[in-house]
Design a protein around this ligand. Structure first.
Ligand code: ASP
Length: 421
């Protein structure tokens, strides 16, 4: 076994931690000279941005074209999915506005800005403000409708997340109608989706090296001070995700026969698996098993929650994306108005529908949200060192959302003769 093979056998999170530690050492040793080491990270973010729109697009087309939705439950399912996602984003934005993780280290930010980035930062702020003025205009339904795609490729080249989602939904619905063999069609779509995901996996394997460069550059330039902001972000995201979990439990308690205690007792395997794999798709069979065999929900509810929900219901990801966008705006000192925050809500909702249930896909769709609101992508590099960690928590919330949807769909009465012990 050569060193590369040996390196590959180490779990990715450990490799990322090694990258972080080495990055800190290199940053301390090289000082400001380490700044150049961030360059590969910017290139990687470009690659991630390139993959974001196609992965979201194929994930939605595949999920919609292949979904087996029984007519009677569709409106209730859509209502549940939309209200849960709005709750997630509102909670995320409220916590981010309250804790203000990006402003926790204002002094250092200011010093760094004055000393080294004055001109560059000023440019970025003006760009954000320009975009902000534009966004204020879009504060009407008409302007939001203007974001609908005008050409088929336009949304992909502009990174227009709403356009990508609309196009994918239309194509998915159309395929259901016109395809003579929907199974063969979804298999073909899945091949494309898997191919893009395979490319993403290659990119993800570079993350430990990128983290090394980003941490070295940051430590070399600003010492450990900017990591204080990052720590606050981690705290804020985990707090917001916990609140979202409480919201699910309350909803289950009020709107279904299942009690939160029963849910946790019978479905903990799904939550543990979500945490350990960072993939709600990989967890899907366990989620279904827990809902159907342990909790004894009706087959249709377990199906809709675990199988359909896993594709469209990514509240943890939506919450993270909106918080990350606000965090970066706070780092830049750009105060976003309520109207601008509304655009983040819309984009995060759209992007979370397209988030595939695989590790790190939230990082991918985050680039779509940042592009949509005109925030610079370079700052999302700062999030890479903690993304793998937060991914585990948001995947757990994505799966909890599926569990909640299934329980509420199952109604106030258990199936007769099927109640769990
Ligand atoms: N890893 C998450 C999931 O599988 C998606 C994300 O990265 O946010 O649900």
């Amino acid at each position: 076994m050569n060193w590369l093979q040996r390196w590959q056998t180490i779990p990715l999170y450990l490799r990322t931690l090694i990258g972080m530690a080495l990055g800190a050492v290199v940053g301390l040793w090289q000082g400001p000279d380490a700044v150049a080491l961030a360059k590969p990270g910017s290139i990687l973010m470009g690659l991630v941005q390139m993959l974001a729109a196609p992965v979201a697009f194929f994930a939605i087309v595949h999920a919609l074209a292949g979904a087996k939705i029984e007519k009677g439950k569709t409106p209730q399912l859509i209502r549940l999915l939309v209200t849960n996602t709005i709750a997630a984003i509102v909670i995320g934005m409220a916590v981010a506005n309250f804790i203000q993780p990006g402003k926790r280290n204002a002094l250092v930010q200011e010093r760094a800005a004055v000393k080294e980035q004055a001109v560059q930062l000023q440019d970025t702020i003006s760009a954000v403000q320009e975009k902000a003025a534009e966004i204020r205009l879009t504060d009407s339904i008409y302007q939001i409708l203007e974001r609908l795609p005008k050409t088929v490729l336009g949304p992909f080249t502009d990174g227009n997340v709403l356009g990508v989602v609309v196009l994918a939904i239309l194509l998915g619905l159309a395929l259901r109608r016109v395809s003579p063999d929907i199974h063969a069609t979804t298999t073909t779509v899945k091949v494309f989706m898997d191919a893009f995901i395979a490319i993403l996996h290659w990119v993800v394997h570079l993350v430990p090296f990128i983290v090394l460069g980003v941490v070295a550059a940051e430590v070399g330039k600003n010492g450990f001070s900017s990591f204080i902001n990052l720590l606050w972000l981690v705290v804020a995201v985990i707090l917001a995700l916990s609140l979202q979990f409480c919201y699910y439990m309350l909803r289950v308690k009020l709107q279904s026969w299942v009690t939160p205690r029963l849910l946790l007792r019978h479905c903990r395997d799904a939550l543990v698996m979500a945490f350990s794999t960072s993939s709600s798709t990989a967890t899907m069979p366990v989620t279904y098993e827990c809902l159907r065999n342990n909790l004894k929900l009706r087959k249709q509810s377990a199906n809709l929650g675990a199988l359909v929900g896993a594709n469209f219901n990514n509240d943890g990801t939506a919450l993270y994306e909106s918080m990350a966008a606000l965090f970066i705006a706070q780092l830049l000192g750009a105060d976003l108005s309520l109207a601008q925050q509304l655009i983040i809500v819309l984009c995060a909702m759209a992007a979370s529908i397209g988030a595939a249930g695989i590790p790190s896909s939230g990082m991918l769709t985050m680039t779509l949200v940042l592009t949509a609101v005109g925030l610079p992508l370079e700052y999302s590099l700062l999030l890479i060192p903690v993304d793998w960690f937060l991914d585990r928590f948001r995947t757990m919330i994505n799966v909890s959302g599926d569990l909640c949807v299934a329980c509420v769909l199952d109604g106030k009465q258990p199936e007769s003769g099927h109640a769990p012990e």
